[in-house]
Design a binder for this molecule. Structure first.
Ligand SMILES: [Mg+2]
Length: 264
């Protein structure tokens, strides 16, 4: 592992880094509190499409992690924005996902429908069923665009896991023969957006995540050094990439003023 260098900003994943389900990760709460008090800028990027930035902000604040919605980039918001580049204003869109995704699509100016739609946008939907699958299949076979919020197979939950949006996207892809355009990690879109909000130097802004195949791959694609923390999902290799740092908890990241560490 290489030596720690100057850290001018941190872009962090949420699930598995700051909390597992509804349980805060204590070492993460302490780390973000100290970064906040030192004035080290950080932003969050999440593939989780079931909450808005405001709701994630409230959840983090409840756990003691200082966070504002402006610095929480969600895949639901960025996916809904992507529809604007593909569709006419007020086009009909089928949403398979949580209310947060539905609200994001409405906020982007589209009409929610499940027939004669110009696009299907799908994320984690805990009420996913055969009827939704069938309607998505018909729409996609009829030529609708297919946007997927994120490809995660599973999410950490308590001591275990639950199926993620990727499981639903695969079902729709299998039924329709149409693969989704993925917006969340491992694509770099969320990270690029977080970086532009922080305005920090990419060479010394670290991508922090618990999964190599999404967080670390996306961070690398966005040109950032990467830190893998082992408080979330345990993955099985082989992996296409090695993180720059591989740590057990965030307590291993040196806490000092950003300028106390050597320039890269
Ligand atoms: Mg995670």
């Amino acid at each position: 592992m290489t030596e720690w260098k100057k850290i001018s900003g941190i872009i962090s994943d949420l699930d598995g880094v700051t909390y597992r389900g509804d349980d805060p990760i204590d070492s993460a709460v302490e780390a973000f509190q100290s970064w906040h008090s030192l004035g080290l800028p950080y932003a969050f990027v999440t593939n989780n499409s079931t909450k808005s930035a405001e709701e994630f902000g409230e959840k983090l604040n409840r756990m003691g992690i200082p966070a504002t919605p402006e610095r929480i980039i969600t895949t639901s918001a960025v996916s809904a924005e992507r529809l604007r580049t593909l569709l006419e204003p007020k086009a009909r869109v089928m949403v398979i996902g949580a209310p947060a995704l539905l609200r994001a699509v409405e906020k982007s100016g589209f009409e929610i429908a499940d027939e004669k739609v110009a696009a299907v946008i799908a994320g984690l939907d805990r009420e996913f069923n055969f009827e939704k699958l069938e309607k998505a299949q018909i729409a996609l076979m009829g030529g609708a665009h297919f946007i997927g919020t994120n490809p995660d197979r599973m999410l950490p939950k308590g001591d275990g896991f639950e199926p993620g949006a990727g499981s639903i996207l695969k079902a729709i892809e299998t039924a329709s023969g149409v693969p989704p355009v993925i917006i969340g990690k491992p694509q770099p879109h969320l990270i690029s957006m977080a970086l532009s909000i922080l305005g920090t130097d990419p060479k010394s802004t670290y991508m922090l995540g618990d999964q190599i195949m999404t967080d670390i791959v996306a961070g690398h694609a966005a040109g950032l050094p990467t830190i893998l923390v082992r408080t979330g999902v345990a993955e099985e290799g082989p992996f296409p990439i090695t993180p720059d740092f591989d740590i057990e908890t965030l307590a291993s990241i040196p806490v000092m003023m950003p300028n106390d560490l050597k320039e890269t």
